[in-house]
Design a protein around this ligand. Structure first.
Ligand code: GLC
Ligand code: CA
Length: 558
């Protein structure tokens, strides 16, 4: 691949969760026409690419990750004409569009599955994974066993996620050809790439081994027989050869249960698989014996270790990183990694943005992150919509013996719904998201935290992100420079360099609310000029001895 084709290395991606972005027709659900009206806003922010969560026809058991027709738009989100108009509008602004490709599983309402479950000799039966007996102890992501019995055929089918999300059988070449046809359909429409949902799970170990029971769960972990399975690289190379390599696009694979070493074969350029993957190593640092639903905070030294490992290993293999603090499956970045209190919310949101956007890789901004949006503050289970939240509530209160109050506190910190509350556009009713009743409640703090307020305030998180994005476009060392961690053992300050032959960048970030006296020797006094800081009075040139303000972020360039 030549440099020009690697446009995604200089790009910043903005993730839109369509259901929660902007509702154009008052039914309370965000839609494509709503998104189209907001493209000028995204253009103002300066992003290059929009990643859309699934927009295809779906019974919405898992908010669109259960697809019943890959070639239709879900009626709640609009029509194919709306999609075409949205794509054209985005392209007019020079913004690219990537879609979510969900092909580890379909919906149980997909015609393939409807046929498959009719009889064992139905031509579609072998599109899915069937066993006469339950072969192992695997638990599905949203509760219960991964194996579901179907009377008509007297067999169990595999579903790693909800019952309504049966896993496709990638061993069947017909399934793979169907998937490639879906890819071609959308690529021929002119889209610019794909985010591939749980793509590391598509190849299953034919032994279907039991998994360890971890995190006090009721069942064993399916990762033992699914993550980075025996044929996954063969499948992706085939997909690349058959389809991806024929288009000028970007691809990012969601990679659960994948270490930096395991990510190498997916992203190393010479292997022709994917451009980059989303790893979860930094997302797991605040897990405890109950897994994700924990009150623990991430230790900065652990965070540095993980980020540094990925920076180094992706560079060494000529791969590429995806950089993110949050997405539709995670808590809000400022709540989880920063400080959402009124005093430090804006400051720490900018600090987090700085640390991420100066690294090597493609940064992903989750909708509302550019406003410093926070977790949802839901205080009753009825507020939640997500299948995962409802399952956790049941499991923790009924099986694990947690009180409802404690469980709600954990959901308040970690539920996926924290990211899915409507985008806060302005201070009018429902934050300007809808004129109807939103499908999930708007965060109460919308009168203070919203896009309109940000656009009117030159000091807002929005304009800071706008500058971060511009810097990435303008300064080559942010794309190419070698990453070097400094001060690894420091529990309060994250400092790193980015170095190329001619340029050096030093990033210093205070992760605490204390003022810190700090010494760094890697640049000469007066040697680097200030590129960006979240404090107006930050010294214009570098000084070896510095005072770092609470959540202060400073980038020097020389
Ligand atoms: C991915 C998606 C998540 C979904 C799951 C099953 O992790 O990001 O939202 O529930 O896959 O498709
Ligand atoms: Ca709507």
């Amino acid at each position: 691949m030549n440099k020009e084709k690697e446009w995604w290395k200089k790009s910043v991606v903005y993730q839109v969760y369509p259901k929660s972005f902007c509702d154009s027709n008052g039914d309370g659900i965000g839609d494509l026409n709503g998104l189209t009206t907001k493209i000028p806003y995204l253009n103002k922010l300066g992003i290059d690419v929009i990643w859309l969560n699934p927009i295809y026809q779906s019974p919405q058991v898992d908010n669109g990750y259960d697809i019943s027709d890959y070639r239709e738009i879900d009626p709640a989100l609009g029509t194919m004409e709306d999609f075409d108009r949205m794509l054209e509008e985005a392209h007019t602004y020079g913004i690219k569009i990537i879609l979510d490709l969900v092909v580890n599983h379909t919906s149980d309402q997909h015609v393939w599955f409807q046929e498959a479950k009719k009889s064992k000799d139905n031509p579609y039966h072998d599109y899915y994974i069937w066993k006469d007996e339950v072969p192992n102890n695997w638990g599905s992501s949203f509760g219960g066993s991964t194996w579901e019995y179907v009377e008509e055929v007297g067999q169990y089918y595999l579903h790693l996620f909800a019952k309504g999300q049966p896993d496709l059988n990638w061993e069947n070449p017909k399934v793979r050809e169907e998937v490639y046809e879906i890819l071609r359909f959308w690529l021929e429409k002119g889209i610019d790439g794909f985010r591939m949902d749980v793509i590391t799970l598509i190849s299953k170990d034919p032994a279907y081994p039991d998994g360890p029971v971890i995190q006090n769960k009721a069942y064993g972990s399916y990762y033992a027989g699914c993550a980075n399975g025996p044929r996954v690289h063969e499948f992706l190379q085939e997909m690349n050869r058959e389809v991806l390599s024929k288009y000028d696009i970007m691809t990012v694979g969601e990679a659960p249960h994948t270490s930096a070493d395991e990510a190498v074969p997916y992203t190393a350029a010479a292997r022709n698989e994917l451009n980059m993957v989303f790893h979860f190593d930094h997302m797991h640092l605040d897990y405890n014996e109950n897994g994700k639903y924990a009150k623990d905070r991430v230790k900065l030294t652990d965070l540095k270790k993980v980020m540094t490992e990925w920076q180094e290993k992706m560079q060494a293999c000529n791969g590429w990183n995806s950089l993110y603090w949050s997405n539709h499956d995670q808590a809000r970045a400022v709540t989880r990694f920063g400080n959402e209190s009124p005093e430090y919310r804006v400051r720490s949101a900018k600090m987090l943005g700085t640390v991420l956007h100066m690294m090597q890789g493609t940064p992903y901004i989750f909708e509302g992150e550019e406003l410093g949006m926070t977790n949802a503050f839901f205080d009753k289970i009825e507020d939640y919509r997500d299948i995962e939240a409802l399952d956790i509530f049941r499991d923790f209160t009924e099986r694990k013996g947690f009180t409802a109050k404690d469980t709600l506190e954990l959901l308040r910190l970690k539920s996926r719904d924290n990211a899915r509350t409507p985008m806060q556009w302005d201070a009018s009713e429902n934050a300007g998201f809808t004129e109807g009743t939103p499908w999930i409640a708007v965060n109460e703090n919308y009168k203070e935290i919203n896009a309109k307020a940000c656009l009117e305030d030159p000091d807002s998180v929005f304009y800071y992100y706008q500058k971060l994005i511009r810097l990435r476009h303008e300064i080559p060392v942010i794309t190419d420079g070698v990453y070097e961690l400094l001060d690894a053992e420091n529990e309060k300050v994250y400092t790193y360099l980015r170095k190329s032959e001619k340029e050096t960048l030093m990033v210093i970030a205070n992760f605490t609310e204390e003022e810190i006296t700090y010494q760094a020797d890697e640049m000469q006094d007066g040697g680097g000029r200030l590129l960006i800081s979240n404090y107006e009075d930050a010294p214009e040139t570098f000084h070896k001895q510095m005072t770092l303000k609470p959540y202060g972020a400073y980038v020097y360039y020389g």
